[in-house]
Design a protein around this ligand. Structure first.
Ligand code: THU
Length: 130
């Protein structure tokens, strides 16, 4: 199934009673498996957990630690950019050239990369020599 269809499908499962903004995200791992996530909110922390974080958590829980493709979809007028925390999480498990597609449920797509989403990312090399 194309990443787009998987992302649209998992978006339907989002639990977003506070924002009413459902997001679906999928990551393809280095082994080729596709992991899905949706946003899950709660009354104490209404922003909840982002869809991207859910997909990454599913990948890591399955024993994989490298993602090679990302697709995110929401019902926004323009493709919604991932939040700062999700950018850092994507950069933790994907190389800078990993393609990221941000999409709307109407079919608009913005193609970018992890490196473009988080330029100048802090990584382990910055702690060398300390
Ligand atoms: N959200 C995501 O799941 N991913 C994004 O890239 C942007 C925002 C969710 C978090 C929260 O449940 C809702 O959208 C509003 O911020």
């Amino acid at each position: 199934m194309p990443l787009k269809d998987t992302a649209l499908s998992v978006r339907e499962n989002a639990y977003a009673p506070y924002s009413n903004f459902k997001v679906g995200a999928v990551v393809r791992s280095a082994s080729g498996v596709v992991y899905s996530g949706c946003n899950v909110e709660n009354v104490a922390y209404p922003e909840g957990t982002c869809a991207e974080a859910g997909a990454i958590a599913a990948m890591v829980a399955a024993g994989e630690q490298e993602l090679v493709e990302v697709y995110v979809v929401a019902s926004s007028p323009e493709p919604v950019p991932p939040c700062g925390g999700c950018r850092q999480k994507l950069a933790e498990f994907g190389k800078a050239d990993v393609p990221v597609t941000l999409a709307t449920t109407d079919g608009a797509e913005l193609k970018t990369t992890i490196g473009q989403l988080l330029p100048g990312a802090f990584d382990a090399s910055h702690m060398e020599g300390s």
